[in-house]
Design a protein around this ligand. Structure first.
Ligand code: GCW
Length: 701
């Protein structure tokens, strides 16, 4: 070895030893367990957690133990021993059944209301010794408590005098994977599917375990494995053992498996001549299929169904209703405790001329007709995961039916894995919206948690953004959306900013400048994206099929309501879709006072203006500017914001690891270029409709 190489190797090894050159390829997500920088804090943690007492030995207990051991070793730089008896500084984890020390504390009354997933995380004095206790009624609650504790340490919080009690506010917190059996992912931007169907069952896959672990760390407790555009083959005997193998791998982490079911399966698989839900042989076929699934997967969660939507088969093919279809499946699942998630993403053009009104018109008359184990699963907005939409009026309009909220974690319409867009503010806006279903303060959040209408079961689903890319999500910042989905599903009252800060600390380190810069970049990113693609309530502006860039003049020959021009409605007079009482009257699908508010040009919130109104080019906006000038200003603001996000990132060079810094920098470079190009494309298109142009923004075109 030459002298130079020797020197470099020594330096390299030295850095490795100091933990600095550890590859930061994003694989470890927010579970990096990086050494505590501050010696005083490290000492405090060291004292507080000198040993682990975790007597349980179920697979979930072992997962919790491993997480604690890995976490503490990472933070403290040395292994923490597992003991049988508590000492000063022990961390005691378990249920009153698995752990006699916890039984002695007599906390049963406090634990009971927290249920199987809830936990207490408390500092306590036991026989004169200071200890920390994570207690739950169930191992899964303990695992969630462990993830809470490692999150506290990862964000460098004090750990003296802990007195926390947690339980999820939503029961089912599910990732919907739009993964196809050939390994491709519909709307996936991070590689191929994590499920390697050819290799399953049999070969254990560390990646699959790490997926479940990451899900559990943010409280996600279910996964629909396959695309809602479902291949019926998933329900066949060659595939079900593969599904069972994944369920086995997920189980220690409390992630239950669900499947998307093709409603036409009995027919498509050649078993029967029909899939009519009222035909007894069809019901029998599903019952037997469900029994077969539960023999292999006793804790199977249930079916997600996209029926009579975008060409998928459904009960309407046989003159039956959505409720008749859903209930037939629900009856097969009920004896096993399974549920049906019946999607309301339907837009049959014979129902109404305005696409966004159709789901409401089809589903509200069915309220009260669904079996108790059916959720109607509704996208947050009435159109389709746009950068901004008002909430779907179905929330608050079906009080007798538990409504599941569906969010898109994958950024189909929000820059995919190229643009940095943090989605928690979008979901927060949705949850905070008031439906006025039972007077004011009938928020969407209360509808979804079940609180408003007294539903026991509740569900939020996120269309996953994971794939087999090394960093899981394509863009290092897209990981934040997976993280935020889980955190908000667990506690839909959390603020977007709190979640951003947690994620930033855990993912990028605790350098204060880095943390505050990253949080501020994230918090502005969604509004910036709205500005440079579809400000003032524009929607549906995206290019055909790909949905990456806006193309507001796009006309899709296949369907009018797949055309951007159908939504944007630019003409010589102005811009926007008239959904007032003079127009499609979509405003009246909401509860008072929203219809009047949305209907009035001056009372409609500006962020939804062009969603509800066709506005004249020279109408005055809140700023006093004309619509045209306001639009120019908004698009330009978006470009400036994208640019600022990039400059902020550049100020962090050397403050975060170089490997991921470079990767983000390259993506931001593209984002800034796209933002400018998109402003030109959109304004250029609108401009064609305006006869007399007065430019007050010099930067434009
Ligand atoms: O947003 C649209 C997507 C489709 C998707 C569909 C749906 C799975 O472009 O790719 O299909 O929504 O939600 O069913």
């Amino acid at each position: 070895m030459s002298q130079r190489w020797l020197a470099l190797t020594i330096i390299g090894l030295g850095l490795w030893g100091a933990g600095k050159s550890r590859a930061e390829d994003g694989y470890r997500l927010w579970l990096r367990y990086a050494p505590v920088e501050d010696p005083a804090l490290r000492e405090a943690y060291d004292k507080a957690f000198s040993s682990i007492v975790l007597p349980g030995d179920a697979p979930t207990d072992r997962a919790a133990l491993k997480e604690l051991q890995d976490g503490l070793k990472g933070y403290l730089g040395k292994p923490v021993p597992r003991l049988e008896e508590a000492q000063e500084g022990s961390l005691i984890v378990g249920t009153p059944q698995s752990c006699p020390l916890i039984a002695r504390l007599g906390w049963e009354k406090d634990l009971e209301p927290l249920g199987e997933e809830g936990y207490l995380l408390r500092s306590a004095l036991l026989d004169g010794r200071h200890v920390t206790v994570i207690a739950s009624e169930n191992s899964l609650g303990c695992l969630y408590g462990v993830f809470h504790l490692v999150r506290l340490l990862g964000t460098r919080q004090p750990v003296a005098g802990l007195s926390l009690s947690e339980k999820p506010k939503i029961k089912r917190r599910i990732l919907d994977h739009w993964d196809n059996l050939d390994g491709s992912i519909e709307r996936g931007y991070a590689g191929k599917s994590l499920w390697k169907w050819d290799e399953l069952p049999g070969k254990g896959d560390e990646r699959v375990t790490d997926y479940a672990r990451a899900c559990a760390s943010v409280g996600i407790n279910g996964a629909v494995l396959n695309n809602v555009n479902a291949d019926p083959l998933i329900l066949t005997t060659p595939y079900l053992p593969k599904v069972a193998a994944l369920a086995d791998a997920f189980r220690p982490y409390g992630v239950r498996v669900y499947l998307s079911a093709n409603f036409g399966a009995p027919k498509a698989l050649g078993a029967l001549a029909t899939a009519d839900p009222l035909n007894p042989s069809v019901a029998k076929w599903w019952r037997e299929k469900v029994n077969e699934i539960y023999r292999l997967i006793p804790d199977f969660g249930g079916f997600l169904v996209k029926a009579n939507s975008e060409g998928q088969p459904g009960p309407q093919d046989y003159g039956r209703t959505h409720a008749e279809g859903a209930n037939m499946l629900a009856k097969a699942l009920a004896p096993h405790g399974g549920v049906v998630m019946w999607r309301a993403f339907v837009y049959n053009d014979s129902v109404d001329k305005d696409r966004i009104k159709r789901a409401y018109k089809e589903f509200t008359p069915l309220d009260g007709q669904f079996d108790p184990n059916v959720f109607v699963q509704v996208k947050n907005g009435p159109l389709d995961f746009q950068p901004r939409e008002p909430f779907s009026p179905l929330f608050g309009a079906m009080p007798k039916t538990p409504l599941a909220a569906e969010w898109e974690v994958t950024q189909e319409y929000l820059g995919q894995s190229t643009h940095l867009v943090y989605l928690a503010p979008l979901w927060r806006e949705f949850l905070d919206s008031d439906t006025y279903a039972k007077g004011s303060d009938s928020t969407v959040e209360k509808v979804v948690t079940g609180e408003l209408d007294g539903h026991e079961d509740s569900l939020v689903a996120g269309v996953a953004n994971t794939g087999d890319d090394r960093n899981w999500c394509g863009h290092p910042f897209a990981q934040a959306n997976w993280y935020a989905f889980g955190r908000l599903a667990w506690d839909p009252a959390l603020s977007a900013e709190t979640i951003a800060e947690e994620w930033a600390r855990l993912t990028w380190g605790n350098n204060p400048q880095a943390v505050s810069t990253i949080v501020s970049m994230m918090m502005v990113s969604r509004e910036a994206f709205v500005d440079y693609t579809c400000p003032l309530g524009l929607a549906g502006v995206f290019e055909k099929d790909l949905h990456y860039a806006p193309d507001p003049g796009m006309v899709d020959p296949r369907r009018e309501d797949w055309s951007a021009a159908y939504y944007v409605r630019a003409d010589e007079k102005g811009l926007g879709f008239d959904r007032t009482r003079q127009g499609s009257d979509a405003v009246d699908q909401y509860h008072a006072p929203l219809p009047d508010q949305f209907n009035g040009l001056s009372t409609c919130p500006e962020k939804y203006l062009l969603w509800f109104h066709h506005v004249a080019w020279d109408d005055k906006m809140e700023s006093g500017k004309t619509l045209w000038d306001e639009l120019c200003g908004r698009y330009s603001r978006g470009v400036t914001e994208a640019d600022q996000i990039k400059s902020q990132w550049e100020s962090l060079k050397g403050k975060v690891d170089d490997e991921r810094w470079q990767e983000v920098e390259a993506k931001l470079d593209q984002q800034v270029k796209d933002a400018a190009a998109w402003r030109e494309k959109c304004l250029g298109y609108f401009q064609k409709f305006i006869k007399k142009l007065v430019f007050s923004e010099k930067t434009i075109l």
